[in-house]
Design a protein around this ligand. Structure first.
Ligand SMILES: Cc1ncc(C[n+]2csc(CCOP(=O)(O)OP(=O)(O)O)c2C)c(N)n1
Ligand SMILES: [Mg+2]
Length: 270
């Protein structure tokens, strides 16, 4: 797919996410919308994977550490062919594999359970070290949120990755500047975030997290480093819908049916 096709796919995914959240009546709107371009770039251009063979040994692995953003991942996995898009409307329903936070299930492409902030990166680090020990060709991608940097475990994992020079791991930081109760820089300042990673011996890149072309280039670059890579992806929470954008109140709130209809209309006419 060319970048234009990927952009229109992102729009379709955002509409699916809004429908899923409105139908479920609960969930996380801001982050789910802002990671869409990152996930589309990964699953439709970067990752070596086969939705028809989800247990293929040599596949690249993606771990969503910020588990609350999973509606976007479900929509991308369905669109990629891991399961039917009809199932998206079962989000958060009893008995559905599509719970509000991801549950390990390779049959639908979910590589790790997550939800407790700061833990997914440790899982990804373990996968990357295992890949190195076993001399496996696959690459590990892990998406963490900025709010997850308030967890001590994340920094332990960052030291671990540097110690073992896990250059088969690419970390994407969703830098949307919000967390549950407000702006990250007011609640627990993270800046200078790039310098922190550099001091922890990581290779660092910074991109516009909505520029698919840039994202793909930087992902490719991250595969040729001699240390783990962290990509700071600057994103707009609630991306694509004017009344969601940059408002932290949408962190953990689903749109009503009326709000969803307005949001979809705005996306469709953009
Ligand atoms: C260990 C842990 N503590 C608290 C929570 C509740 N929680 C879920 S998301 C979140 C905010 C984290 O910030 P971020 O991921 O940056 O949020 P977003 O950008 O999606 O608004 C919190 C406090 C959790 N899931 N895990
Ligand atoms: Mg955030």
């Amino acid at each position: 797919m060319n970048p234009l096709e990927l952009e229109s796919l992102s729009k379709k995914i955002r509409i699916e996410v809004i429908k899923m959240l409105a139908k479920a009546g609960s969930g996380h709107t801001a982050g789910s919308l802002d990671v869409v371009d990152i996930l589309v770039s990964l699953y439709f251009s970067v990752l070596k994977h086969d939705p028809k063979k989800p247990t293929w040994e040599d596949r690249d692995r993606f771990v969503l550490s910020a588990g609350h953003m999973v509606p976007a991942l479900y929509a991308v996995l369905a669109e990629a062919g891991y399961f039917s898009t009809d199932r998206l409307e079962t989000l958060r329903k009893l008995g559905s594999p599509l719970q509000g936070h991801p549950h390990y299930d390779l049959s639908i492409g979910i590589e790790a359970s997550s939800g407790p902030l700061g833990q997914g990166i440790s899982v990804a680090a373990g996968m990357a070290l295992a890949g190195k020990i076993d001399k496996q060709p696959y690459h590990i991608y892990c998406l963490v949120s900025d709010g997850e940097h308030d967890e001590g475990q994340l920094w332990e994992a960052i030291m671990f990755c540097a110690k073992y020079k896990l250059n088969n791991l690419t970390l994407i930081i969703d830098r949307n500047n919000i967390q549950i109760d407000g702006l990250t820089e007011e609640i627990m300042p993270l800046e200078p975030l790039d310098e922190k990673y550099r001091a922890f011996n990581w290779y660092i890149e910074e991109v516009d997290g909505h520029n698919i072309d840039q994202l793909i280039k930087v992902f490719e670059k991250s595969k040729n480093q001699n240390k783990p890579t962290a990509i700071i992806a600057n994103t707009i929470p609630g991306k694509g819908v004017s009344f969601f954008e940059r408002d932290y109140h949408w962190h953990g709130k689903a749109p009503s049916q009326e709000e969803a209809a307005l949001a979809i209309k705005e996306l469709e006419s953009a």
